[in-house]
Design a protein around this ligand. Structure first.
Ligand SMILES: [Zn+2]
Length: 338
């Protein structure tokens, strides 16, 4: 498991560079590895579906996008990557000519905020205060942490990693803080946005994926966007270095389940849109991960021994099982410390 994670800095980097990333990026639908990949129009990566009452899910290369077509404006949740913005906008424009006035970020990761720059000229960007903080701090974070990872990558001769890390360091050296398209309206616990007759309730949950997670509920449409608090049939990435925790996932999911209508439709950060049953299946996965760590601790032995032998074959068909299960189990082990 590589140690570095997807910070907001990747907003400046290409999807090709990101394909070299582990963790979060490995959770995404992979770009087709054909030589003509870069010739494809960004439109072609998109697939969209209206879930209910003007609320759509738009699948692409990064975290899933949700958007509401209201009577007077469009509100968008998450922005994928910078180079996908023209395609995102043309997909939205194919179903509405209303102005895009709001963009909500579920958290700071670059596969959810990378396109912010493209929305900034016309949309108010909202998110939890920690999303703004982490995005603005990302050059410092990169300059502090990445040189060591770069050395490691050079030792291992991993060309793609080297390129990614070098690009990120170069970006961090030259970017000015005001160039980072961070949210301009932030909140500590919650905020409501009113678009036409729809009320969009946005609230911050217990730290789970990161310490800046929010979920977005379209009240009348009964559609919930959960960002990376929910990976549907995909093994999640728990960003412990950004304040996330395995135990926090359970707390956050339970608080969300208690607050949403039973017939809600759910857009996960990664994977296909689903319903409450799909979310409960993911909750069970998290509970099983925590349980495995707790039992292993009770049985004695070290974290390394646990990780060397642990597995949850029930979930082997989930995307990312080979890449991220041990990362999840390691986070759960740390959480289970007495
Ligand atoms: Zn994420």
């Amino acid at each position: 498991m590589r140690k570095w994670t997807l910070v907001a800095a990747v907003a400046a980097l290409s999807v090709a560079a990101l394909a070299a990333l582990p963790a979060v990026v490995a959770a995404q639908p992979k770009p087709t590895p054909t030589p003509d990949h870069h010739e494809r129009k960004s439109d072609e990566v998109f697939r969209k579906q209206e879930l209910s009452r003007g609320v759509w899910v738009l699948y692409g290369k990064g975290g899933n996008i949700g958007f509401l077509v209201g009577s007077d404006a469009v509100l968008v949740v998450d922005s994928e990557f910078k180079e996908l913005v023209p395609g995102i906008l043309s997909q939205i424009k194919s179903v509405s000519d209303k102005p895009i006035k709001y963009l909500v970020n579920t958290h700071h990761h670059g596969d959810h905020t990378g396109g912010n720059e493209g929305f900034r000229p016309f949309a108010v960007i909202l998110a939890h205060e920690n999303v703004r903080k982490r995005m603005l701090l990302s050059p410092q974070t990169i300059l502090k942490e990445y040189p060591a990872y770069l050395e490691e990558a050079k030792k291992d001769g991993k060309a793609e990693d080297i390129q990614f890390l070098e690009d990120a360091i170069a970006w961090a050296k030259k970017v000015k803080v005001e160039e980072i398209a961070a949210p301009v309206v932030t909140y500590d616990s919650d905020v409501r946005v009113h678009v036409g007759d729809e009320t969009i309730s946005v609230w911050h949950t217990a730290p789970a994926h990161t310490d800046g997670d929010s979920v977005i509920l379209f009240e009348k449409a009964k559609v919930l966007h959960m960002g990376d608090l929910f990976f549907h049939r995909v093994i999640p990435f728990i960003d412990v270095s950004s304040g996330g925790s395995a135990k926090g996932y359970l707390t956050a999911i339970d608080s969300v389940i208690a607050r949403v209508p039973p017939d809600v439709k759910i857009i996960p950060g990664h994977g296909e849109a689903t319903d409450l049953a799909g979310l409960k299946e993911f909750r069970q996965y998290v509970a099983d991960v925590l349980d495995a760590a707790r039992k292993a601790r009770a049985a004695g032995g070290t974290k390394e021994q646990f990780l060397a032998s642990a597995g949850l074959p029930k979930y082997k068909d989930y995307e990312g099982y080979a890449d991220r299960l041990k990362q999840n189990l390691g986070a759960a082990w740390d959480d289970a410390a007495p």
